[in-house]
Design a protein around this ligand. Structure first.
Ligand SMILES: Cc1ncc(COP(=O)(O)O)c(C=O)c1O
Length: 389
């Protein structure tokens, strides 16, 4: 087999992974890797978790797909689980994170149009990432993602991340703003954790201006930061929250949740998806939510995340190559004083899968089943890699 027949969207891929179990993956040469990436924050339960495998096997033997023209029991159950975890009221199911954000963007636009706003505009942040569809790449605050795809979708303005004054200034200047779309922790942008009350202040600004607060929790949701959703660290409620990645543990599913005035905006004929909310994805995701909660994996994410930050902090104190160590739960970033893309291949050679983002930040997104022994193993390997740089 070869990659000849594939579009070259992912560049050269060094290894071929063929099997997974728990925290480990194996390549086609039989080499084992400790997974500190989880398919980029996807496989929260680790690989081939028995409860998840059983759920999708049973559902595959019962009913895989019916149209959204009919009631779908696994979809209704999952929506209730997500509302109960989040305090939100209504859910729209999609097949990916970008599509969940598309639903959020449509809610904001219809909200603005119904208020008689000429050109409903959404504030997004510099360094953000919201997806690769035309609207979500236009929302993304990173010119690299947009380059070559002009003309962009209009109706987005950017503010620096973690800068409340810049958002207030936009509120003064622009009468067309209807919503803020923001990641509680920026993932692709470099694991950027904002000041503690940033989200609370954005909530206040939205309330004062009658805007929607829309949180992109595609990456931070489903327990990864140590709460089911990251906004729960702040004791606030957004109007809209989107999620995907960890929700399906590998099944393609996303969700756009809304409450209050935002929950009733989309009406029959406004939005839809052929596959979104299908029985297989929803039943699998239900098992994910149940396992995250029943096995206390969200608490584990919080505890192991703190342990990783403490272990790295102690071991790398005074290390001249390290600029910053930051994170929330099992989203951990180690920013170096130099670009370090080569660390991905070096880590692979050492039997560890990790990622480098924003050029110079080692990013760790291990499964939420991470044990302290595996955390120690990750720390030891990453420190050796930094020292050898
Ligand atoms: C914060 C955030 N939003 C949106 C997306 C896009 O999700 P997807 O790749 O499932 O479309 C991602 C993916 O990395 C993400 O991290």
């Amino acid at each position: 087999m070869s990659t000849q027949a594939l579009m070259n969207t992912y560049g050269e891929r060094a290894i071929t992974l063929v099997k997974g179990e728990g925290m480990h993956l194996w390549d086609d040469q039989g080499r084992r890797y400790l997974d500190a990436l989880s398919g980029i924050a996807v496989c929260a339960l680790g690989h081939c978790h028995p409860a998840f495998t059983q759920a999708i096997t049973e559902q595959a033997q019962t009913l895989v797909h019916v149209s959204n023209l009919y009631n779908i029991q696994p979809q209704e159950k999952l929506a209730e689980q997500l509302c109960s975890q989040s305090g939100m009221e209504k859910v729209f199911f999609s097949n990916s994170g970008a599509e969940a954000n598309e639903a959020a963007i449509k809610i904001a636009r219809k909200y603005g149009n119904e208020k008689g706003i000429d050109c409903p505009t959404i504030i997004t942040m510099n360094g953000s990432f919201h997806g690769r569809t035309m609207a979500t790449l236009s929302a993304t605050g990173n010119p690299k993602v947009q380059q070559g795809f002009e003309p962009l979708v209009s109706g987005f303005v950017n503010a620096p991340y973690n800068d409340v004054e810049a958002v207030k200034a936009l509120a003064e200047q622009n009468n067309n703003i209807v919503a803020i779309l923001v990641e509680p922790v920026q993932g692709e942008g470099g694991v950027n954790v904002p000041a503690g009350d940033y989200l609370n202040q954005l909530r206040d600004i939205c309330d004062q201006n009658d805007w929607l607060l829309m949180l992109d929790e595609i990456q931070t949701g489903n327990g990864r930061t140590g709460k089911y959703f990251a906004f729960q660290h702040n004791g606030i409620k957004p109007d809209v929250v989107t999620t995907a990645k960890g929700l399906g543990n590998g099944l393609p599913i996303g969700a756009c949740l809304a409450q209050g005035k935002a929950a009733e905006i989309l009406q029959p004929g406004n939005h839809g998806s052929t596959f979104g909310g299908n029985p297989l994805a929803c039943h699998g995701a239900s098992a994910v939510v149940e396992t995250l909660v029943n096995d206390k994996l969200i608490e584990n994410a919080e505890a192991q995340g703190q342990y990783l930050l403490k272990s790295f902090g102690e071991a790398l104190q005074g290390n001249g190559k390290v600029v910053d160590i930051r994170g929330l739960g099992l989203m951990v970033g180690i920013q170096l004083n130099q670009d370090c893309p080569q660390l991905v291949a070096k880590a692979m050679e050492a039997g560890l899968l990790l990622n480098v983002t924003a050029g110079n930040t080692i990013r760790l997104l291990p499964p939420l089943i991470l044990s302290q022994a595996d955390a120690d193993n990750i720390v030891e390997k990453v420190i050796a890699l930094i020292n050898a740089l």
